[in-house]
Design a binder for this molecule. Structure first.
Ligand SMILES: Cc1cc2nc3c(=O)[nH]c(=O)nc-3n(C[C@H](O)[C@H](O)[C@H](O)COP(=O)(O)OP(=O)(O)OC[C@H]3O[C@@H](n4cnc5c(N)ncnc54)[C@H](O)[C@@H]3O)c2cc1C
Length: 305
């Protein structure tokens, strides 16, 4: 790894090149072991150069957003985690009702910028703690809105370091998925099409949705939001199935099915990723036994479980 560090030092300054980085500091579950490397990438040139080195040295890598939908193994990640910062945080108004936003930008920040410009359409996303990149990968959604409704295209770096522009069709958004999910492609930026409205009305809607989240969701605890996807069968909800299986408040160690919202697995304080993972499996098993429905996790795992 010494050789790798020397090569990376030629591209990144020391403050953006971290070794043995605790992933609990970069995930909303606040769990997980160390990543061998944690690299903050500020430009497209840095990104291509870093990936080139990682491929040449055979070091596995992944781009992480804000870590709000991932569970990282307690054993950590034996590879490099790349986070897009610097120019990837930019939010620009590129037409009267259009924003072009970097993949690293926080959804909440983008929603706030849109509100100030009097552009409506992103209110649903204001309380989702992810990045634009993660939101596109997951087609994040809430309160009847989802990224698919507003994203008209994305700029993507493919496996051969080619820059692609994917339109909405090519992004193939589905329920908590897109064509880029599960590939080694990297979202660099997105174009969002919004509508004109008044900043006051948008702010009021954002406030209303924030209060609905505060009322229903256990935001006082660390979590990754809804742990499971909504089942494909109409009218079924993960939280309700979990509650009906008698699992409200059920815990393994410090990982617990939230008392407030059964669809959330929370970290009560000192949970390990193994506890969260075991709880996910146990919830799946018991819900299947009681309802016949197999819940599929929405949360993604990274590393060995
Ligand atoms: C309190 C709370 C509430 C939540 N509420 C909601 C909700 O209402 N609706 C909802 O849909 N989700 C919700 N979530 C889940 C989560 O915030 C979303 O899934 C979000 O879109 C994930 O974004 P992220 O940047 O954190 O992605 P990460 O968790 O960092 O990564 C998710 C996946 O995307 C990949 N990825 C990230 N950025 C890129 C990129 N630039 N290029 C390529 N791949 C990339 C990662 O490799 C990983 O596979 C909630 C989470 C929490 C903690």
């Amino acid at each position: 790894m010494g050789q790798l560090r020397t090569a990376l030092e030629k591209i990144l300054p020391p403050e953006r090149l971290c070794e043995r980085e605790p992933m609990r500091q970069h995930t909303t579950f606040r769990t997980g072991g160390e990543a061998s490397y944690f690299l903050r990438i500020n430009t497209r040139e840095e990104l291509s150069a870093v990936i080139n080195i990682l491929q040449e040295t055979g070091v596995p890598w992944i781009v992480l957003g804000r870590g709000s939908n991932v569970l990282v193994s307690d054993l950590g990640y034996d590879g490099a985690i790349l986070q897009l910062t610097g120019e990837f945080d930019e939010i620009r108004q590129t037409a009267a009702q259009e924003l072009t936003v970097g993949a690293g930008a926080a959804l909440g920040q983008v929603a706030l910028s849109a509100q100030k410009l009097g552009l409506t359409g992103l209110e649903f996303a204001s309380g989702i703690p992810g990045s634009i990149g993660g939101a596109l990968i997951m087609n994040a959604g809430a309160f009847g809105g989802e990224m698919a409704q507003i994203c008209t295209g994305a700029s993507v770096l493919d496996e051969e370091d080619r820059l692609l522009t994917l339109d909405r069709d090519a992004m193939a958004f589905g329920y908590r998925t897109s064509s880029v999910k599960g590939t080694h492609r990297i979202i660099l930026s997105a174009t969002l099409q919004l509508q004109q409205s008044s900043p006051e009305e948008i702010a009021a809607r954002m406030e209303e949705l924030k209060n609905r989240r505060l009322e229903k969701q256990p935001l006082e605890y660390s979590s990754a939001g809804s742990t499971f996807k909504r089942p494909a069968i109409e009218g079924y909800y993960a939280g309700k199935l979990i509650e009906e299986a008698g699992l409200r408040g059920f815990a393994i160690g410090d990982a617990q099915v939230s008392e407030k919202h059964c669809g959330f697995i929370i970290n009560r304080g000192a949970a390990t990723s193994a506890e969260v993972y075991q709880l996910i499996c146990e919830v799946q098993r018991r819900v299947e036994a009681s309802s016949g429905i197999r819940l599929e996790p929405e949360v993604l795992t990274l590393g060995v479980f």
